[in-house]
Design a protein around this ligand. Structure first.
Ligand code: CA
Length: 226
């Protein structure tokens, strides 16, 4: 999942990049409104935008308005030192989807971000079948097949595979999986994800077939899409 971080302060930018990267996000950084617009126009698929309001070349609020007019669909999390009720209301009314006052704690930023992304992800997108290589998921019947072979999956295994398929080719972290598949907000000291990935591999990657689920050490997993 790719995030656009618009922040002119070098230290804040580094902090955000580190925090978000460690949580498994891919991050595009922009120190100015003009740079943010370039990233947006480069047509990368953004999952969310994190936006500082005080930018050197333009006010963050007018940047959001413009990007939304140009078709920005990703939710916008405003980070700002402007803490008055008026400022926050204006931010939310201008197109911010959430507002976090600086200074903030990393866990709160991550929790709000996950909520925003989840609220924004299309739950009923009329997609009833997901296909990645020779893997096929029928979401209505909750049936999975690889090639001609039907896979016997538990409810959680199916949900996990669905999440991986929806993000095929993109790295998803354990905390994203816990959040999206199990609905847990904070990553507890659990190996539930690893155990389920292990079992899922045993069912999906049958003998003779090519491995589909890759482990990215220290980060998470990716379902191969080519
Ligand atoms: Ca600033």
């Amino acid at each position: 999942m790719r995030l656009l971080v618009v922040e002119d302060d070098v230290q804040n930018r580094r902090f955000l990049e580190k925090t978000l990267t460690e949580s498994g996000y891919e991050v595009s950084l922009a120190p100015t409104a003009a740079a943010a617009e370039r990233v947006f126009r480069s047509a990368v698929n953004l999952s969310a935008v994190i936006l500082d309001l005080g930018l050197p070349d333009e006010d963050g609020l007018s940047l959001i308005t413009r990007l939304k007019q140009q078709g920005l669909r990703a939710p916008v999390l405003i980070l700002s030192a402007r803490r008055s009720v008026d400022d926050r209301v204006r931010g939310l009314e201008t197109g911010g989807d959430d507002y976090l006052v600086k200074p903030f704690a990393a866990p709160e930023l991550l929790a709000r971000l996950r909520n925003l992304i989840r609220r924004n992800s299309p739950p009923v997108d009329n997609v009833t079948v997901l296909q990645v290589l020779d893997l096929r998921l029928d979401l209505l019947r909750r049936e999975a097949t690889r090639g001609d072979e039907k896979l016997q999956l538990t409810t959680h295994e199916f949900s996990l595979l669905e999440f991986l398929c929806r993000n095929a080719g993109r790295i998803v972290s354990r905390s994203m999986i816990l959040d999206q598949v199990w609905g847990m907000r904070i990553e507890p000291d659990t190996n539930v994800v690893d155990v389920h990935i292990y079992r899922l591999r045993g069912k999906v990657e049958t003998r003779g077939s090519e491995p589909l689920i890759r482990t990215i050490r220290g980060v998470g997993y990716v379902l191969r899409d080519k």
